[in-house]
Write a protein of this length. Structure first.
Length: 145
C-alpha cells in the first residue's frame, strides 16, 4: 500500500524558518533508513504558504487566491510518499522519525487511492490509460537521472 505522510506546518515553518543543521542531519539519517528499507518513494519540504497559490473552482469559474493561508494547522510543510505493507507499518516508521519541527508538531498519514478503490466507474479503458500514464512518468523519471 502507498501512503502520503504529511508534516503539518507550524507558525515557525510558515515564517520560512529553516531547520537546524542537527535536524537536517537527523532527517537525512532517517530518510536513508527509509530508502534502504525500500519504503521511501519520494519526499520533499515545501516553501511557506506565502509563496503558494490556491485555485478555487465553482462550476466553470476559477479564482486564484494568493498565500499566505490563515489556518496553519491545516497546511503541509513537507511530505513523503511511502510504500508499506500496512498503515500500522507507516505509523511505526513515523514513531521513529525525528521531531520535524522545533517544539510541538504533527505528522498525518493517509493511504493513497488505488485503481481498485474507484470500483466499476473506473472502466478497463480508464485503468489502461492510468497504467500507461504511470509507465510514461516512470520512463521520464529514468531519463532525467
Amino acid at each position: 500500500m502507498r501512503v502520503m505522510v504529511m508534516v503539518k506546518a507550524t507558525s515557525q515553518s510558515e515564517t520560512g524558518k529553516m531547520p537546524s543543521t542537527e535536524l537536517l542531519a537527523a532527517m537525512g539519517k532517517f530518510n536513508e533508513e527509509l530508502v534502504k528499507a525500500g519504503v521511501m518513494l519520494a519526499g520533499e519540504g515545501l516553501h511557506p504558504s506565502s509563496r503558494g497559490k490556491r485555485v478555487q473552482f465553482s462550476g466553470s469559474r476559477r479564482t486564484v487566491i494568493d498565500g499566505p493561508f490563515a489556518e496553519t494547522k491545516e497546511l503541509v510543510a513537507g511530505f513523503w510518499l511511502w510504500q508499506v505493507k500496512s498503515i500500522e507499518e507507516a505509523v511505526e516508521w513515523v514513531r521513529r522519525c525525528p521531531n520535524p519541527m522545533e517544539g510541538e508538531s504533527e505528522i498525518e498519514i493517509r493511504p493513497l487511492l488505488e485503481l481498485a478503490d474507484f470500483g466499476a466507474e473506473c472502466t478497463p479503458e480508464l485503468q489502461a490509460q492510468e497504467e500507461r500514464l504511470r509507465a510514461e512518468i516512470e520512463q521520464a523519471a529514468k531519463k532525467s537521472h
